[in-house]
Design a protein around this ligand. Sequence first.
Ligand code: NI
Length: 165
Amino acid sequence: MLTILEFPDPRLRTKAKPVAVFDKALHTLIDAMFATMYAAPGIGLAATQVNVHQQLLVLDVSEEKNAPLVLINPKIVERDGVQVYQEGCLSVPGIFADVERAERIVVEAADRDGKPVRIEADGLLAVCIQHEMDHLVGKLFVDYLSPLKRELVRKKLEKAHREAG
Ligand code: NI
């Protein structure tokens, strides 16, 4: 299992670099990220969250946890509409807040072998992809909250970290 960084850890603000080499080490990392995400449990995990600063994310928004999706060097090429979803994040445990995102997106990315993929997503999958892509540029869903609310979240998590030792 990989260790998930938690807000306000400054490493979560790192901008990820594109993946250039699709090798065995990358596959090992992807497999470890899936294991960590499913165990958490969560529906998405960006490499940034496990302190690897490459443009890589894993997702599975299915109920049965049988639809793993890897997106490498993802780019949103189309976006339409607006939806509001109550988001959470493995790096901001116990906090949930409404965030506004595009309702439908089209994403171009590479799969684990470097082959191009194009994915059209709406609803929860679209939310999850946009949330995870934010991690790759050092952004967290709490950044969409008011400064006052974000400060309350930071204090709550710092208190929890102190209590956990
Ligand atoms: Ni997150």
